[in-house]
Ligand binder design. Structure first.
Ligand code: SAH
Length: 210
């Protein structure tokens, strides 16, 4: 059955500057409703963030698309994600790269996301409970790193675990408290940054919750 709401969402993403057809096609294929609690399932294809429990949210589809597009993924890439949340962004990434290593600080969310991904037969994702700011030492270096929680500054671990020419996408909190989605590119020992757009993300918090 053709889902009109899904088609409308894809059109909205296109009009808002998502031009990468691979990103659009993956968003069309992955059922966002699988990642959303029963109460909000009817809003799954609206272009809004929704609650997923534990005071956290699944990101707005446009922001997921924008972050994915800016990662410039290819099939051989190994990606680190900080903030698994519902696992929706993880699922989108998994279809465009070789493997996703994803870290979530809240155990309950990590387990739920792992089950949702398993139901969708996604097998190239490895999950972990912990503080994502530490990165994933055993699996370094990464071609791409995506941070899905608002961050004051990139940790030393994150910077040291990205490959040369690698890209990091993260919502960064400025001095005025506003959040800007930024793209960082590592060139030799330098990090070059570009602003993408203003965003609203839940905060990046230290430690983990059992
Ligand atoms: N990308 C997610 C949205 C995540 S919301 C999705 O598509 O659903 C951000 C998530 O980051 C929350 O689940 C929050 O618990 C987690 N988080 C915040 N700080 C973290 C940290 N330091 N390490 C790991 N996860 C963190």
């Amino acid at each position: 059955m053709v889902d009109v709401r899904k088609i409308r969402l894809i059109m909205e993403l296109r009009e808002s500057g998502i031009t990468d057809s691979k990103v659009l096609s993956v968003i069309e294929k992955i059922p966002r409703m699988n990642f959303i609690p029963e109460t909000f399932k009817h809003q799954a294809y609206e272009n809004i963030a929704l609650p997923i429990g534990n005071d956290q949210t699944i990101s707005q589809p446009l922001i997921v698309a924008l972050m994915t597009q800016n990662l410039e993924l290819i099939k051989t890439h190994k990606v680190l994600e900080l903030g698994t949340g519902s696992g929706y962004q993880t699922a989108i990434l998994s279809k465009l790269c070789r493997r996703v290593y994803t870290i979530e600080r809240i155990k309950e969310l990590s387990i739920k996301a792992e089950n949702t991904l398993k139901d969708l037969k996604i097998t190239n994702v490895v999950t972990k409970v912990g503080d994502g700011n530490k990165g994933w030492f055993e699996q370094r270096p990464f071609d791409r790193i995506i941070i899905t929680a608002a961050t004051k500054e990139l940790s030393k671990n994150i910077i040291s675990q990205i490959k040369d020419e690698g890209i990091i996408i993260a919502p960064m909190i400025g001095e005025d408290g506003k959040q800007i989605l930024k793209k960082f590119i590592r060139k030799d020992k330098k990090i070059i940054s570009q602003n993408i757009t203003e965003v609203i993300f839940v905060p990046n918090l230290p430690g983990s919750v059992n």
